[in-house]
Design a protein around this ligand. Structure first.
Ligand code: X2X
Length: 333
């Protein structure tokens, strides 16, 4: 495989794959998919990243963005990523757990009290653990996770104030055992539905509510089909930037470094964007018609503990993973 490093090691004067200024036809035309609309900071920063990659590789690595589930629902695109039909994919670790079971560990209910704890953990040991699991499953993953956000709950019927309000409540959750388990523990009736079908599911009344970070409520225009927005903060969620191993391996090493550098820089900027949005989104969404209420998380967390949620997931993840989680966020059991 060509690369500056291998050329040097072989003692040959091999030209680096990347020759600045020498524009040429794309040698690698790759796709990156995600579930978010173009206006979401993820796609704004991704657009900058793929442009920088194209420039810095003198046109050799041309990555095209497919937003809004254009290539299929998340669980389908995960299959495409594995087979190589798509080369890169941004996906929630909690949905990724359908392939890499322990990848969902950041999604344990009320694990993170705030963003400082999130980034320390995800840029530290917990993130490293999750990436190790992902790589063991045969996928490539960039170091920096992108922000989805702290998840809040919307309904068309009533504000969620106490865990009792979830009793029998029909709520859409993304496709993942952790999500189903979490809302079952609250006593709700969770339905696994890919994001691609959420708006329609809410509009047609298949479910009465859903949960997502504020930035997603905004770009998905959920006020059109939901009324109440309860600040439950029950989970922090992100997006790993995943790669197909064969497609990644086909890139020369210096090109890999350029791609990783710009994807990781995009993640850092996207985190700042979402943070800035969080400061204004409540007012913004209220003016669109959402009725907000703040929620005391303690009774919800107590309810999870009582229902055996933490004990069950400790057993599922295993002691090693659970210890890494608790080292980052404190005791949950
Ligand atoms: O599907 C969702 O709700 C979303 C957009 O938050 C995720 O990707 C997990």
């Amino acid at each position: 495989r060509r690369s500056i490093l291998m050329g040097a090691a072989a003692g040959a004067l091999a030209a680096p794959f990347i020759r600045p200024g020498a524009a040429r036809a794309a040698e690698f035309s790759y796709k990156i998919a995600n579930n978010q609309p173009l206006e979401h900071p993820s796609n704004v920063r991704l657009a900058e990243a793929v442009k920088a990659i194209l420039e810095e590789t003198s046109g050799a690595v041309d990555i095209q963005i497919f937003p809004s589930n254009q290539l299929g629902a998340d669980t389908d695109v995960l299959g495409q990523l594995r087979s190589g039909g798509v080369e890169f994919f941004q996906l929630s670790p909690v949905i990724l757990s359908t392939l890499v079971p322990n990848a969902s560990i950041n999604g344990v209910g009320f694990a993170f009290p705030d963003y400082d704890t999130v980034w320390k953990a995800m840029d530290g040991e917990l993130g490293a653990y999750a990436r190790g699991q992902i790589e063991n499953a045969g996928l490539v993953v960039m170091d920096k996770i992108w922000d989805n956000g702290f998840r809040q709950t919307t309904t068309s019927t009533k504000p969620i104030q106490t865990p009792e309000d979830f009793q029998g409540f029909k709520i859409r959750v993304p496709v993942s055992p952790l999500w189903t388990s979490l809302f079952s523990a609250f006593g709700a009736a969770p339905a696994s539905i890919n994001f691609a079908e959420v708006y329609t599911a809410l509009q047609t009344g298949i479910v009465d509510g859903q949960e997502n970070p504020l930035a997603i409520m905004k770009v998905a225009k959920l006020w059109e089909v939901q009324k109440y927005l309860s600040m439950t903060n029950h989970m922090w969620d992100g997006f790993w930037l995943l790669g197909n191993r064969r497609a990644w391996g086909a890139l020369p090493e210096d090109a890999q470094q350029v791609v990783a550098k710009h994807f990781n820089a995009g993640a850092e900027r996207q985190r700042e964007d979402v943070m800035a949005l969080n400061a204004t989104l409540r007012g913004d969404l209220e003016s669109q018609g959402f009725v907000f209420n703040d929620v005391d998380p303690q009774p919800f967390e107590d309810k999870l503990r009582e229902a055996g949620f933490y004990a069950e997931w400790k057993k599922t993840y295993g002691d090693e993973a659970w210890e890494i989680l608790e080292a980052a966020v404190g005791r949950k059991l």
